[in-house]
Design a protein around this ligand. Structure first.
Ligand code: ADP
Ligand code: MG
Length: 260
């Protein structure tokens, strides 16, 4: 087990709670001729909730995947808790386990029960006993409100329930940070709030989070900072209050005017 995060649980907005946990330093990435990440510099501090927003195609998902090394980068450095992400191998698996990831499409293992989905990583990667993994999984499923679904297969759950299982599965690895890439955009509207509420609970517990979302209510309630990306660049970085009431760039103004 990792030591628990010493950062006190707090929901204070706009307070930088700790030292840098995720550092993205001068990162560039191309897909062929397309320059998808252009000199990206970003820091996520321990206990911070950073919301990344921007038009479709601006590189938000690529950045998340790069942070988890699901994508390679062409230049620059990404480090998690002071350790540079290695390109591959066992060290990568270990560091990657520190970064929980929740995708737009729930991508749970379809042929495994909800409980097995949550226990698999801790047993295989963290070497936890089945009994301990199950106890912990049930606590996490309880926390996101789906403990009564533990024996079912993912297809028997609603989209909102599946996404909450995906969050529990990410948390089961005791990640240092969790990345959620548009976690509610594939959901029916009536299921969005239950997932956002689980995310707000996590934020209030002091979890370090990077959330790609266009849910402005979530950003206003839970984000310490908003990063606005367009065309592979970070255009603006501000508190939600500053960003939503007084965006500086014309691209952010334009984006926000279309959103609301
Ligand atoms: P966002 O998440 O902000 O919508 P993405 O990071 O998914 O943006 O994509 C950024 C750009 O990179 C887009 O133009 C997209 O078409 C392109 N892209 C994403 N993944 C690939 C890939 N595997 N191969 C080629 N181009 C890609
Ligand atoms: Mg995306």
């Amino acid at each position: 087990m990792q030591p628990t995060d010493p950062t006190p649980a707090t929901s204070n907005i706009n307070v930088r709670r700790g030292e840098p946990l995720v550092v993205v330093d001068d990162v560039n990435k191309h897909y062929g001729d397309l320059h998808v990440l252009k000199d990206i510099n970003a820091v996520v501090n321990r206990g911070e909730v950073v919301v990344v927003i921007g038009p479709s195609g601006s590189g938000k998902s690529t950045l998340c995947r790069a942070i988890n090394r699901l994508e390679t980068i062409d230049s620059g450095v990404i480090s998690i808790d002071g350790k540079e992400l290695p390109a591959e191998g066992k060290a990568l698996a270990k560091l990657r386990a520190d970064v929980g990831m929740v995708f737009q499409s729930f991508n749970l293992f379809a042929h495994k029960t909800v409980l097995e989905n949550v226990t698999l990583g801790p047993i295989k990667v963290r070497g936890m006993s089945r009994k301990d993994a199950e106890t912990k999984a049930m606590e996490l499923l309880e926390r996101v409100g789906v403990a009564n679904q533990a024996k079912k297969l993912p297809a028997q759950l609603s989209g909102g329930q599946q996404q909450r299982v995906a969050i529990a599965r990410a948390l089961a690895m005791n990640p240092k940070v969790i990345l959620l890439d548009e976690p509610t955009s594939a959901l029916d509207p009536e299921m969005i709030n239950e997932v956002l509420e689980a995310m707000i609970d996590l934020a209030n517990d002091g979890m370090t989070m990077v959330v790609v979302t266009h849910e402005m209510g979530f950003a206003r309630k839970a984000a310490d900072r908003v990063i606005f990306m367009a065309d592979g660049e970070i255009i603006e970085e501000a508190t939600p209050e500053q960003f939503f009431t007084n965006p500086q760039s014309s691209r952010a103004k334009d984006f926000l005017s279309k959103l609301i």
